[in-house]
Ligand binder design. Structure first.
Ligand code: AMP
Length: 160
């Protein structure tokens, strides 16, 4: 796919790197709401995770290839979401986006939470699935569970 380089930033253009389950679901969501979105993945089979109704662009390529980043219009992106399965790739691409392409909002997935500080110190916003899961599990474990209580009560009634 060839894309003309465009210098002007679009206020809403979002680029997503990595079409795993997470990347694909966000791309679908942006597309569903009428947003301008492009998703890049080095594996062309990854795009089958997108909904059949996906209306954005999908491009095969390695995010570590600078020419590919120019070709997909990184210079005009307002937001970049980097969600490959590799922290080093995510870090590298996110840094290029901030420093070379002046992308205002750059969000990266970080698998190893010890690395979050490195990303943040470079102006990259992060989320760590392990930390988010831990937080949620902590909430669930500390909360009373009315559904379970109800099931226990009902079972008691049936046995009477
Ligand atoms: P998942 O771990 O399932 O969320 O998927 C991560 C996705 O990132 C996979 O579809 C990979 O093919 C993709 N990916 C990994 N490294 C790169 C890269 N350097 N450039 C583009 N896509 C990548």
């Amino acid at each position: 796919m060839q894309l003309k380089p465009q210098k002007k930033k679009s206020s809403s253009f979002t680029i997503i790197i990595g079409c795993g389950k997470l990347g694909a679901s966000i791309a679908d969501k942006i597309s569903d709401s009428g947003g301008d979105v492009l998703i890049l993945d080095k594996d062309k089979d990854a795009f089958r995770r997108l909904s059949p109704h996906y209306g954005g662009m999908s491009v095969v390529g390695d995010a570590l290839d600078l020419d590919k980043l120019k070709e997909i219009g990184m210079q005009k992106a307002a937001t970049l979401l980097v969600v490959t399965n590799d922290d080093n790739t995510n870090n590298m691409v996110a840094q290029l986006a901030v420093h070379l392409f002046s992308v205002k909002r750059v969000i990266a997935r970080v698998v190893d939470r010890d690395k979050e500080g490195i990303f943040n110190s470079k102006g990259i916003q992060t989320f760590c699935p392990v930390s988010l899961s831990q937080e949620r599990i902590g909430q669930l474990l500390s909360a009373d569970d009315p559904v379970v209580d109800q099931i226990v009560d009902t079972e008691g009634e049936d046995n009477r």
